[in-house]
Design a protein around this ligand. Structure first.
Ligand code: GLN
Length: 484
């Protein structure tokens, strides 16, 4: 049952081959037996209550395509009935008085919540090792990281602990863990999915999205997640669309832009081979490859690591030990209470970002760093606009390497930042991006570590991306493989 796609589960539920309650129990049992540390909070009674409601809805004939299907949420989305920690000691016992819009929309569609998923603290990281609640293990190789920051989300899909999950992507956190765990994930155009109730990291970049086994499943979830929300000031007001409407279109004549900057030194040969093989597969499907250039790719790292910390330093100022979260047990005065609470509540990476962010926003450095970064951000978006005059989609690797060993880079923040090179520019430009499994690494160790193919589309080209991904998944079986 756990190997089925959402489309298959939906059909089984409608035809009453399985009940929502049986389905929920099946996944709860798998979660209980798992040793990946992917889940932070599970409430069996709550899940079964939601499943019973879904069964009643199916019986009454008012079900949607998603009713009765289990889902788990990255612990960055706030939930009324389960703790919402953002992977931080600061919010260890935090229970939100409301549900995030995404959580609410998926619940309205009848989805059944299995629990909350581990992630890097405040979504800062690329390996899930920055979680206060410990690292998540990659189901393909338990000595490897699952990627981050949505590491729990990706691991849960790969290990078939949930058929659907949510993630968030600020600079790659849906695409990179999807790549490392051999699953499918899409970060939609910035502003498509409401940020209301998504614990803020960098507001001009944060974007929620679905992760699942297949592109078709991601489209089904996106259909329920996207939509204008007047509680989010950057939410886009657009006509509703069916993101799966073009799944079956032929790729004949599709122009795939292959940026030379994504295939230079630094790209591991085994990743390059898997990605090139995927491009060949697309040529067989009727596409043509076009050499393009995204000249500012390298600058996306310094630009992102100025802008994201700047916004984070502002967003995280709300955690002061008064309004939310952890408060130190002993302190001398008000200033000391803030200092102690934040010293104890935040982990090292979060503190590093707050320091960098406060620095680049400070008087005297604002022009030199923050303003400069904003200008280059615009040029990065311009690179993409030029590229999309020559091609319909851009493809390349998601990350320069397969998943690394747990602990291998945990003392080296810069190594982690550099590994984001291929995902940051998409986020800075606000474009939709996707990762689909396209093979494995090579050699004793890497042969069990998945490789993802990145698809980058123009603004609002999600349906096109899903079409392109789906066609590939019709002729390959990487997405069907699971570690067991
Ligand atoms: N790895 C990047 C970072 O550490 C991206 C994280 C994300 O997308 N949330 O900031």
């Amino acid at each position: 049952m756990h190997t089925k796609t959402l489309a298959q589960l939906s059909a089984m539920l409608q035809s009453k081959q399985v009940s929502a309650t049986e389905l929920a129990q099946h996944f709860l049992d798998r979660i209980a037996a798992s040793d990946l540390n992917a889940f932070l909070h599970v409430d069996t009674a709550l899940t079964l209550e939601q499943a019973a409601a879904a069964d009643a809805r199916i019986a009454a004939g008012t079900a949607t395509a998603l009713t009765g299907i289990p889902i788990a949420h990255k612990d960055i989305f706030v939930t009324r009935n389960l703790r919402s920690t953002a992977g931080s000691h600061m919010l260890e016992n935090y229970v939100s008085p409301f549900d995030a819009t995404v959580v609410d929309k998926l619940a309205q569609a009848g989805m059944v919540t299995l629990g909350k998923l581990n992630c890097d603290e405040f979504a800062m990281g690329s390996s899930n090792e920055n979680s206060y609640f410990g690292p998540v293990r990659n189901p393909w190789d338990k000595s490897a990281v699952p990627g981050g920051s949505s590491g729990g989300s990706a691991a849960a899909i790969a290990a078939r602990l949930a058929p659907a999950v949510t993630g968030t992507d600020t600079g790659g956190s849906i695409r990179q863990p999807a790549s490392f765990c051999g699953i499918t994930g899409i970060k939609p155009t910035y502003g498509s999915v409401s940020r209301y109730g998504m614990i803020a990291f960098a507001s001009s970049l944060d974007q929620g999205g679905p992760m699942a086994q297949t592109a078709e499943d991601c489209g089904l979830l996106l259909n329920a997640m996207v939509g204008f929300d007047d509680k989010d000031s950057t939410s886009l007001e657009r006509q509703p669309e069916d993101f799966n409407r073009d799944l079956h279109q032929s790729l004949q004549g599709l122009r795939i832009g292959v940026p030379k900057e994504f295939f230079g030194a630094g790209l591991a040969p085994d990743v390059e081979q898997a990605v090139r093989a995927a491009l060949d597969q697309y040529v067989k499907l009727g596409a043509t490859l076009v050499d393009i250039s995204l000249p500012k790719t390298e600058l996306s790292i310094p630009v992102y690591y100025v802008i994201a910390p700047a916004e984070a330093s502002s967003n995280l100022s709300r955690f002061d030990g008064v309004r939310y979260g952890h408060r130190a047990a002993s302190y001398t005065d008000l200033d000391d209470m803030y200092r102690q609470s934040r010293t104890e509540g935040f982990g090292a990476e979060v503190k590093r970002r707050i320091l960098v962010g406060a620095y680049v926003l400070s008087h005297g450095y604002y022009d030199a760093y923050y303003l400069q970064a904003q200008k280059i951000r615009r040029l990065i978006a311009q690179d993409f606009a030029t590229a999309f005059e020559q091609c319909d989609v851009i493809m390349g690797p998601v990350a320069p390497t397969v998943a690394w060993d747990i602990g291998a880079q945990s003392d080296d923040p810069l190594a982690n930042y550099l590994a984001d090179i291929f995902t940051l520019s998409t986020s800075l430009a606000g474009l939709p991006g996707m990762s689909i499994p396209c093979g494995f690494g090579q050699g004793d160790k890497n042969a069990r570590r998945p490789v993802g193919l990145q698809l980058i589309g123009n603004y609002f080209a999600e349906a096109k991306l899903l079409n392109i991904a789906h066609q590939y998944q019709q002729v390959t079986d990487w997405h069907q493989r699971s570690p067991e």
